[in-house]
Design a protein around this ligand. Structure first.
Ligand code: KIV
Length: 266
């Protein structure tokens, strides 16, 4: 796969070709995902749950994300690597800059931060210093204790209006990508149309520019047995992990995944 850059992702959006993203935490899966054609590898703080066995992402540290980013970089064969700023790694502007620098030095091409319009200043400062930022909006798992659980966000006209305005504000602040998690499909499609930067969805319907899933979820692996509605097990009917990864890429590209059954209503 030729190296995927921000310009590649931007041109996929312009062409209307879906972007494929999966979480990834090690070199072997980085290589396998690249060979299946996955364009973006996300070193997500979901590693706190699927690798470490925690019941939330909150215990994950910046050093741990940096370690896994370096592992992914070693196996990477051309994908664009995004690394998560974990819980409280962006508590102050100074920490945001220092922790983002650590992740970029470890091999990330972009950092991801969870929040809404209040992220604008950090995003602006990072972008000015050469760090592309993905703004993770909607269900932001680091705020699970404020949200009162892993719940759909953006339901109802007031919340939807706010999320649309926040997305536009973050694009104006310099965000290079938006990730929408557990947002009604119609709202996610509207936000995707309203901004020029790529919008990736998870539990956000088929109207976004691309899709992401947690690797373990799409391989049918679950520690708790609780599988979110937006997950599809791509191992079903496949005889190898490599073919499950390829099936994910081909279904996202063909826009057959996600189906209506994987999305949420307003
Ligand atoms: O940490 C993560 O894996 C994520 C995905 C759920 C999008 O943020």
């Amino acid at each position: 796969m030729p190296n995927v850059t921000l310009s590649t992702l931007q041109s996929l959006k312009l062409k209307g070709e879906k972007i494929t993203m999966l979480t990834c935490y090690d070199a072997t899966f980085a290589q396998a995902s690249c060979q299946a054609g996955v364009e973006v590898l996300l070193v997500g703080d979901s590693l706190g749950m699927v690798l470490q066995g925690n019941d939330s992402t909150l215990p994950v540290t910046n050093d741990e994300i940096a370690y896994h980013t370096a592992c992914v970089k070693r196996g990477n064969e051309g994908a664009f690597i995004i690394a998560d700023l974990p819980f409280m790694a962006d508590a102050t502007i100074e920490q945001t800059l220092t922790n983002s620098a650590q992740l970029m030095r470890a091999g990330a091409h972009m950092v991801k931060v969870e929040g809404a319009a209040w992220l604008a200043e950090s995003i602006r400062l990072l972008a000015e210093r050469g760090v592309p930022v993905c703004a993770h909006m909607g269900l932001t798992p680091q705020s699970v204790n404020i949200l009162g659980g892993y719940k759909v966000q953006g339901r109802g006209e007031a919340q939807a209006r706010q999320m649309r305005a926040d997305a536009i504000a973050l694009e104006q602040a310099g965000a290079c990508m938006i990730l929408l998690e557990c947002v009604p499909s119609e709202l996610a499609a509207e936000i995707t149309q309203a901004v020029k930067i790529p919008v990736i969805g998870i539990g956000a319907g088929s109207g976004t520019d691309g899709q992401v899933l947690v690797l373990h979820d799409m391989l049918g692996l679950s520690l708790t047995g609780r599988v979110p509605k937006f997950v599809k097990n791509f191992m079903a009917g496949q005889d190898s992990i490599q073919s499950a990864l390829a099936a994910y890429v081909s279904e996202v590209k063909a826009a057959t995944f996600p189906g209506a059954e994987h999305g949420f209503s307003a």
